[in-house]
Design a protein around this ligand. Structure first.
Ligand code: URP
Ligand code: ZN
Ligand code: ZN
Length: 492
């Protein structure tokens, strides 16, 4: 007897951004073929009784095989990072093709593409980091690369060697607008951070915990407002990365309330950690050092609220893996001051379990009983929509069969040893979470099962993303750029 489906996942509860229901999921040729009851047998069957069948996670902010602003190569390869991501329930990753001062953006993209093609075992795309905003980059390379499917740009408003000042920021926003790309921004006030850092070190305040103090809370809303003002001038959609403060979230809320095309992300480190985590004996606190730093418990509450209200639409890992040794955090020697320690922490593998535990298992009150829907929305459906990832982020017929089967009862204590990335530690070690992704399926192929990785390096596919404005998570089209709503922009 011939069977029409390659795989049927039977007996589980299917979760989506709008609701959950008992259904079988059938897969054919790497795509979802049907979702419903009473589906005929597949060539393969998975019994998902008691399990949640969810879209694979999409992590849209991870630094992989990337050279930092300070010239340090991070610890992961595309193989290790995507293996770790897959174990954490993810099937798609957006990392970076990172230009530095003086480097050629096209060559940068070619180099990262070659690395990912060799190593990635989940699907992937790149944000183009622009740190050398010269005429060739802005007028020639960016338009061409966006046209070829790299439809998001990332810039930094801080970090000495890669920051973009206000004038080139406007150049970039205009190029993005003309080519219909999204501009993602690390927005902190550089002068305040640099000044605070110098003053603290001069006075001998050098331990990792002073990193948090060196990033004043006000550096975030100041930079957000400046960025938003520039984006408003050109009517250009922006994505504000890793929001950490209540004040930052309030700026975003106000801007969105005015109808501006402002989107935002936060990360587990701002939802689950605080600046107290950096206050450890010796240099240990370096493991919790990222930029912006974790803040206060009240900021965590404000960020959860901003997620529930839709002011912040997605939660990414900002995985930035630096080992706690001379290749990473301690690359400046055994006694660095906090300014000499690489910023960033790993998170690809635990982003989804931490969020699942908070939203689904513990039921954060802000989400009023809709934690599962919020989990799917924030980690899969909204990212696919915001970053133009076609046929990703939902279990709908015709979509890629990217599926994570979760055991909602399984309690796991996170440990350094259990992680599959190459950082060697996780800042979330010791936490227990309930809910774990047991099987992960990418385009119909099982890539994690029975605690083992099944996919081969290089089997992930690059996802071309056309320019075009993202739809809101609700499906409403966000931006109709023609004609410009802003008089100044019409002249350019
Ligand atoms: O501390 C962080 N987040 N390091 C990675 C680079 C960045 O700022 O996103
Ligand atoms: Zn950043
Ligand atoms: Zn980052």
């Amino acid at each position: 007897m011939t069977t029409s489906y390659d795989l049927v996942i039977r007996g589980g509860t299917v979760g989506s951004a709008t609701g959950s229901f008992a259904a079988n999921v059938a897969v054919k040729d790497g795509r979802i073929a049907a979702v419903g009851q009473g589906l005929p047998a597949g060539a393969r069957e998975i019994d998902a009784t008691g399990k949640l069948v969810l879209p694979g996670g999409i992590d849209t902010h991870a630094h992989v095989e990337q050279v930092s602003a300070g010239g340090l190569l991070n610890a992961d390869t595309f193989e290790s990072a995507t293996t770790s991501a897959a174990f954490g329930g993810n099937t798609t990753l957006i990392s970076f093709a990172a230009q530095h001062r003086g480097s050629d953006l096209r060559k940068v993209v070619d180099d990262y593409a070659a690395l990912a093609k060799r190593g990635a075992l989940i699907d992937y795309a790149f944000h183009l980091i622009v740190a050398n905003p010269d005429a060739k980059t802005i007028q020639t390379d960016l338009p061409a690369l966006i046209g070829e499917g790299h439809a998001s740009i990332k810039i930094f408003m801080t970090y000495d060697l890669i920051k973009i000042d206000d004038e080139p920021l406007l150049d970039l926003l205009l190029t993005a607008r003309k080519n219909r790309a999204l501009v993602c921004v690390h927005a902190e006030n550089h002068g305040m951070i640099a000044w605070m850092g110098k003053k603290l070190v001069e006075k001998g305040y050098v331990a990792p915990k002073y990193h948090a103090i060196s990033h004043p809370r006000g550096s975030e809303p100041e930079a957000f407002n400046r960025l938003i003002t520039a984006a408003e001038l050109l009517d250009q959609p922006i994505m504000i990365f890793h929001v950490s403060t209540a004040e930052g979230a309030a700026v975003i809320r106000q801007a969105r309330g005015r109808g501006l095309k402002v989107f935002a992300e936060t990360c587990p480190q701002y939802l689950f950690l605080t600046k107290q985590d950096l206050d450890k004996p010796g240099l240990e606190g370096a493991k919790w050092m990222c930029s912006p730093p974790p803040r206060e418990a009240a900021d965590q509450d404000a960020l959860w609220q901003a997620l529930a209200l839709g002011d912040i639409q997605t939660v990414s890992s900002d995985h930035a893996p630096y080992r706690f040794d001379e290749t990473g955090k301690l690359s400046a020697g055994p006694n660095p001051n906090f300014k000499q320690i690489a910023n960033g922490l790993p998170g690809l593998e635990v982003r989804l379990p931490l969020l699942f535990d908070a939203l689904v298992s513990k039921g954060r009150p802000e989400f009023a009983g809709r934690g599962l829907e919020a989990f799917v929305e924030l980690t899969a459906t909204a990212p696919a929509s915001l970053y133009n990832l076609p046929n990703k982020g939902a279990l709908l017929p015709g979509y890629d069969a990217d599926i994570a089967i979760w055991d909602p009862q399984k309690t796991v204590t996170i440990t350094d040893e259990a992680m599959h990335d190459l950082t060697g530690f996780t800042p979330f070690a010791g936490r227990s979470v309930t809910g774990w992704p047991e099987r992960v399926i990418r385009r119909g192929e099982e890539i994690v099962a029975d605690g083992a990785v099944k996919a081969s390096p290089g089997s992930g596919r690059w996802l071309g993303r056309k320019g075009g404005w993202a739809a809101e998570p609700t499906g409403r089209l966000v931006a109709d750029m023609d004609p410009a709503t802003n008089f100044g922009a019409k002249l350019l």
